[in-house]
Write a protein that binds this ligand. Structure first.
Ligand SMILES: NC(=O)c1ccc[n+]([C@@H]2O[C@H](COP(=O)([O-])OP(=O)(O)OC[C@H]3O[C@@H](n4cnc5c(N)ncnc54)[C@H](O)[C@@H]3O)[C@@H](O)[C@H]2O)c1
Length: 332
């Protein structure tokens, strides 16, 4: 039996590695292109790793040719909002420059389908919640703007060259593979759930909670957390949708349920038996009070259900990777 190759840029990263696992389990061969800027070579276990930069157009085109690729799933990007404010040039270079290079290589090699990692950051501060796909896109930081520019580039290439696309706007990716095979690893760690779990297990300092005076029931920010394995499955469904020749897609990937930071800390206490030590800090500029997806379109078009995205399952799957016995080289 031959397996269908799928190019996965950023396949060594958090969401990309979970997507590769899911694709392989569905019978595809995920071919990772990753420069390991933030990714991990040991997370690429379900297909080959092509260690290169997506901005190297010739090298990317060569990989497409060698694997007779038809579809790219494009995760590779810089993805920290705060860093994007401090280093906008890096974000435009890597995220927009990466997309220019990728689209050029795809056109050259006749690779006609793309699944793109977009973000709820393209919406900025929403006028209404939940946020639907037709809500205004008015990003408030360079990261969100690079994602919106990439969406526009994809639409323009679709109109000019017949590129077919699925643009997936994720809300907050979280959790880890339920079988323990993969986890969330960033250096430095800036993501809320890993930081909270590290605080709970004594591996990290008390969590800083930015803002306790938001107009939400308990005063802390509300976000829509989606399990990374659910996200991975949505990519598989989007890929199959494109392969079946169906319409282009622009979809939110979230649950429609908001969880406040306090509720998150309560879930961690329930799942780990440890309270999360925390201190309140001032609000961060540009942090909206509430970001929650309207998830119905993905449910309708892809028959997608975020089955493992209740907050307790997310914490249950993530927590073992931040327990003390997994604390490599850190004084616990
Ligand atoms: N994590 C979230 O909650 C979230 C939410 C919305 C959107 N996204 C998007 O999803 C995608 C994946 O995010 P993640 O959280 O897995 O991040 P990540 O940093 O874990 O993964 C990104 C991967 O891309 C690679 N990469 C970056 N620039 C590259 C380049 N020029 N060439 C080759 N490889 C390169 C990195 O080494 C890394 O393996 C990103 O596009 C991000 O913007 C993430």
């Amino acid at each position: 039996m031959t397996t269908t190759p799928v190019i996965v840029t950023g396949g060594a990263g958090f969401i990309g590695s979970h997507a590769c696992k899911c694709l392989a389990e569905a019978g595809y061969l995920p071919v990772t292109i990753d420069n390991l800027r933030t990714g991990h070579a040991d997370a690429v276990r379900w297909g080959p790793l092509e260690k290169l930069d997506v901005r190297d157009t010739d090298a990317v085109a060569h990989v497409f040719r060698r694997h007779s690729a038809r579809t790219v799933i494009h995760f590779a990007a810089c993805a920290y909002v705060g860093e994007s404010v401090e280093q906008p040039g890096l974000y435009y270079d890597n995220n927009v420059g990466g997309m220019i290079s990728l689209l050029s290589a795809m056109k050259r090699e006749g690779v006609g389908q793309i699944v793109f990692s977009s973000s709820c950051a393209t919406y900025g501060i929403p006028n209404t919640v939940p946020i639907s796909e037709t809500s205004q896109q008015a990003p408030i930081n360079p990261y969100g703007r690079t994602k919106l520019i990439c969406e526009m580039m994809i639409r323009d290439h679709a109109a000019a060259h017949g590129l077919r696309y699925a643009m997936l706007r994720y809300f907050n990716a979280a959790g880890a593979a339920p079988d323990g095979a993969l986890s969330e690893r960033h250096d430095p760690e800036t993501h809320l759930i890993p930081l909270a779990l590290m605080a709970a297990s004594g591996m990290g300092p008390p969590l800083r909670v930015f803002g306790g005076d938001y107009p939400t029931p308990d005063g802390t920010c509300i976000r829509d957390y989606i399990h990374v394995s659910d996200l991975a499955e949505a990519h598989l469904l989007a890929l199959r949708h494109l392969e079946a020749g169906r319409d282009d897609l622009v979809l939110n990937l979230g649950t429609g349920r908001g969880t406040s930071i306090h509720e998150l800390l309560q879930a961690i206490a329930r799942q780990t038996g440890c309270d999360v030590p925390y201190e309140l800090a001032p609000r961060r500029p540009g942090d909206p009070a509430e970001l929650v997806a309207a998830p119905e379109l993905a449910e309708r078009v892809l028959n997608f259900r975020a089955r493992r995205s209740d907050i307790d399952s997310i914490i249950k799957d993530a927590a073992p990777h931040f327990a003390k016995e997994n604390c490599h080289g850190v004084d616990a």
